[in-house]
Design a protein around this ligand. Structure first.
Ligand code: MMA
Ligand code: CA
Length: 157
């Protein structure tokens, strides 16, 4: 083993990039993600919490990004609802990402969702089945924050 050690170090240096995200965040491409289970809260508070961390509720634009998040939740046995940055509070049935107000083109709704139960579900989650569900915005849930790598400046306003 010993005589291969320099090669091992070389290969490891070539294949591994140090994470560009702060401690506790998980990097994928140019984004950092935080999976927050210690402070379940309503969707608005969750968004503010992400803002405190110089980030925002996660916005999922592609199947690859969605799979990354699903796999992370499953691998780490993270259960329950997780707020994402998706809402139809302005126009019922028009689901937009919070930071841009752009319509969600890619979606991963669970079967029969979004159902706007009790005409009162205007915030998006990833639910315990790891697909999306609309939920009452005041429900206490876990949440996922996202920021760009090296994004430490103010993103509000
Ligand atoms: C059910 C289903 C969902 C709804 C929640 C509200 C458990 O799932 O009707 O669509 O959002 O209840 O708790
Ligand atoms: Ca629902």
């Amino acid at each position: 083993m010993e005589r291969y050690f320099p090669i091992f170090i070389l290969v490891q240096t070539l294949v591994s990039q140090p994470s560009q995200c702060p401690h506790g965040w998980i990097q994928r491409n140019s984004s950092c993600y935080a999976f927050i289970t210690g402070a379940p809260d309503g969707s608005t508070e969750a968004e503010i919490y992400c803002n405190f961390l110089h980030s925002r509720l996660v916005e999922i634009e592609t199947v690859a990004e969605n799979e990354f998040i699903r796999i992370h939740l499953m691998d780490n046995h993270l259960k329950g609802n997780f707020w994402i940055g998706l809402s139809d509070v302005l126009v019922e049935g028009e689901w937009v990402w919070l930071s841009t107000q752009s319509p969600a083109t890619y979606t991963d709704w669970a079967p029969h969702e979004p159902n706007n139960a009790n005409s009162n579900e205007k915030c998006g989650t990833i639910d315990y089945n790891y697909h999306w569900n609309d939920l009452r915005c005041s429900e206490k849930s876990n949440f996922i924050c996202e920021k760009m790598v090296n994004e430490e400046v103010d993103i509000i306003g």
